[in-house]
Design a binder for this molecule. Structure first.
Ligand SMILES: N[C@@H](CCC(=O)N[C@@H](CS)C(=O)NCC(=O)O)C(=O)O
Length: 216
């Protein structure tokens, strides 16, 4: 696996967080370049960054000068260039289940509570809005876990489903979603929180995490 890797990331961005987990699980070294989504009206809108990511979002991974956007595409790329440990099961049914759970978050929750969507919804309504969509999405996720879960979301190996889950649980806390309704999500995310790769990728230990939020 040749190639220098640069990751454009923001500590609290769930999509960047996913990629950080995948890189940590694979033991891949990378250079982290913070893009502050709030400061200066949002550094994701800077002209220079837009050439890397026309959607003006993080993450972007640059591999040997080639920019790759979309966290799902980035993680599948990482899985291709360093197949071990795999991010998806070999078994076709389990693989489909892991992707279905990941997509539930990727297309069914996160885009609805993304920063620019909340800005459009407005300051007074944004918490109620985000709470509604996260609660609805995680209710479905919990139901699906009843058929798929073992130690992790799908059986006993870490998959993309787990990688998508942990940052989404952080956002659930931010928007006051009551996680006691979701015992499987709570149990699995507590297990994942103790995993070294997940600890290293945590928002609150990133170099760009402000001091007052930093995990001590
Ligand atoms: N589908 C994209 C979504 C990326 C995305 O929504 N990124 C968020 C942070 S998690 C962002 O950059 N938001 C900036 C904004 O809304 O202005 C992916 O998975 O990479």
């Amino acid at each position: 696996m040749a190639g220098k890797i640069i990751l454009y990331t923001y500590f609290r961005s769930s999509c960047s967080w996913r990629v950080r987990i995948a890189l940590a699980l694979k033991g891949i070294e990378y250079e982290s370049r913070p893009v502050n989504l709030i400061k200066d009206g949002g550094q994701q809108h800077a002209e220079e960054y837009k050439t890397l990511n026309p959607q003006e979002q993080v993450p972007t991974l640059v591999w040997d000068g080639i920019p790759i956007t979309q966290s799902m595409a980035i993680m599948l790329f990482i899985d291709d260039i360093k197949p071990n440990p795999p991010l998806l099961p070999d078994d076709p049914v389990k693989k489909a289940q892991a992707l279905a759970l990941a997509e539930l978050i990727n297309s069914g929750i996160q885009p609805l509570q993304n920063l620019h969507v909340l800005q459009k919804v407005g300051e007074d309504k944004k918490t109620e809005w985000a709470h509604f969509w996260i609660n609805k999405g995680l209710t479905a996720f919990e139901k699906m876990l009843k058929d798929t879960a073992g130690k992790y979301c799908v059986g006993d190996s870490i998959t993309l489903a787990d990688i998508f889950l942990v940052p989404q649980v952080y956002n659930a806390h931010r928007f006051n979603v009551d996680l006691t309704q979701f015992p499987l999500i709570q149990k699995i995310s507590a297990t994942l929180d103790n995993h070294e790769a997940f600890k290293a990728a945590d928002a609150l230990v990133q170099p760009d995490c402000p001091e007052d939020l930093r995990k001590k």
